[in-house]
Ligand binder design. Sequence first.
Ligand code: CU
Length: 512
Amino acid sequence: MANELFTDYFFDEPAFNTHDGGYVPLVVDPAPAQPLAIPPLLQPDAETETDVWYTVTAMAGETQILPGAKTRTWGYNASLLGQTIVYRVGKHIHVTLQNHLKELTTFHWHGLAVSGPYVDGGCHAPVYPGESKQIDFTLDQPAATTWLHAHPCPSTAEQVWHGLATMVIVKDDHEDQLPLPHTYGVDDIPLVLQDRRFHADNQWDYRADYDPDGVQGPTAMINGTVNPVFDVTTQRLRLRLLDGANRREWRLHLSDDLPFTQIAGDSSLLPEPVRLTKLMLTCAERAEVVLDFAGYHDGDEVRLYSDDVPIVTFRIHAFAAATTPLPAHLLTIHAPQVAATTPIRQIVMSGMDEEVMLDGKKFNMQRIDATQPVGLAQYWDVTNTNTMHGGMVHPFHVHGTQFLVVSRNGHAPYPNEHGYKDTVGVNPGETVRLLVRFDLPGVYMYHCHIIEHEDGGMMAQIQTYDPNRPMPHYHLMDMDTLMKAFATERGIDPADLWMAGMDAYHEMGMEM
Ligand SMILES: [Cu+2]
């Protein structure tokens, strides 16, 4: 392992979201401490040597988050967020997607290399209220921490705010045999980082809190728990961190400036572990880190902070000393081949508020914005034209692929960006060069992952194709098909299929 200890957030400090006028700082909620919720693992419906079957149900419910009234929430196989799904590489996976909500939703596998647009679960793959759909796929990608969230344009942000987000852990044989913490819920735990504002009777009110630059709340909610405490019974603890917030960046550090070791980014292990005291996650990014409590004793407490607000308390208990060092090498990265002729694609994220655009345009479901042959890598130069004054870091996400970060404004990427990623924070005034290869033909969205920016049109879609075969035709959704045809068939008001999304779209003059 490299001995160097990094002690800053890497990102340009003036671009932190704290500088935006609408920023909502976190504050400590007066609610009493509670045990951190550890979502149960989703059990398969059936499993053989080669195949496994799951059912994932989007549902509404009520959750005791704060003392007093329960909060009306949504989740996957749970009232809030969801059960954690574990997929094994190489297994043929069959998933039944059920929608028990009163509006349409989609099931997007953020970070899975599955075919788009139908299995991937973006806007072209609606599951209507009361209906279900089957998808099948086999994963061929490294072990990673990924996630499932709703992605029905333009209501993604609101549905995620209601709770439609859960962790999806990809496992493979290589990661299994590394000496890393592996016991789910004991020394390998998910931490879904979100923030909410609790209104009267402990309810959330997305419309009241609406901000086109991303909805925030002052209360940190970790795995759906406010003021969580986790009981540590091992020297080492692996945290699978997911920024599941609509807009918030998390600037993470530990009490005593305790160093920690990052072992994985979004889509894979890092080639080598990186030692840090501070870690910033932008929306939808993941990081796996290992904490080492060697210097602590039964009864001690260590806190995880974002800025100066504690968000998780680790209560240390007696533990056996860890005897095996962390591996110095974690993953060999086989970068896609490039040549002097490798194309360079320019992508521009511009604007703020309602003006956000990708390549100077608002998203249109019916428009294919770009094409790329499968199997051939291309450079994507992703520029954020915001200035440092009132601009934001836009987290850029591509569906259906894992990319490498080549450079930032011509300089080396951050030390913890050397693994595969699917989301990358782009500073104002910066161009981040990515190396992107798709292995599966399909239609894939790429967009800012401040979810209100995505819903507001900072999104486009690419068709990938096998150059040796005729271009397949994909049925791309439009609003009429999504809304009116379905509603008319069933004699219901189309407006009931959505909550706020359509209003927001019309206000922004979106053409759908
Ligand atoms: Cu953005």
